[in-house]
Design a protein around this ligand. Sequence first.
Ligand code: ATP
Length: 314
Amino acid sequence: MSSAMETPPAVTVRVPAKVNLELLVGPAREDGYHALSTAFQAVSIHDDVTVDADDDWGVTVSGRDAAAVPTDETNIALRAARLLAAHAGLDEPVHVSIRKDIPVAGGMAGGSADAAATLIACDHLWGLGTPREELLELAAELGSDVPFLLHGGTAIGSGRGELLAPVLARGRFHWVFVPAKGAGLSTPAVYGEFDRLHAEAGTTPADPEPSPAMMSALRSGDATALARAFTNDLQPAALALRPDLATVLEAGLGFGALGGLVSGSGPTVAFLTAGAESAIDLAVALTASGVAHDVLRATGPVHGAHLLTAPRIS
Ligand code: ATP
């Protein structure tokens, strides 16, 4: 029998990674962020985040690249838990346990995903029922990609990526991701290189707007059209910092991918394939040839952060 005094059971939320099908980057704004227009897709590489009532605030991380994730107050999942607590006027510490499968610092928004998952998990643990709009606002405070990881599916992001608009998108797509060997890329470093490349060329980035080619490819659900419409304005900067990624891109296209691009700020490389079997074939070719030490297959779009377990109603 449960009672009001009983500690609520832990809550686990599953959250996907994202890939940017189109990432158009404009000039730096006064607040230092760049204006963006992006088409996000949530893909089936997931982190699981569990929150549990505890005597003190804390976080532990296991799984892929766990050693590269901070377990102090800078962990974005812990910041998300504290932000929601402050918003609700609560002082109820939790322990956050993150099981990672999303590559860290890979351009797939793993940290943002954990933050989105923590918001949903704590909201349930504490029985808050925070309105969706408020959760999206808290998410945007935590980071530009966090609102999309709550949303999931396919969506257009503007502003610095945090303003979401739904988009008519058809189809289910088969992806192969190649996480980079060694350390990831820091997002600010990639934007710094983007600015440097423009300064060197004497060019100013145009104000970003969703391209008609991408919008029409999304509406059609046609994988070939989607691959043709891929654009990532950060790719030249990511390739300048990590020239080895060009070899991966070339190899994947040579092995029959419909299209390939650097995911977000990189260094993960994303390939779109014609179907489940082509994805297996591509993954095998990339590893057998020695181009990739590791590959992840995924489908998209998938749901945003969602509960795997919920507290019992007593
Ligand atoms: P984005 O695509 O949003 O730029 P990313 O996928 O490139 O992000 P993340 O995996 O979010 O990068 O990690 C960026 C940095 O954030 C890491 O180097 C790490 O030090 C820090 N970090 C803080 N909290 C987390 C977390 N919960 N998971 C992963 N990284 C975290």
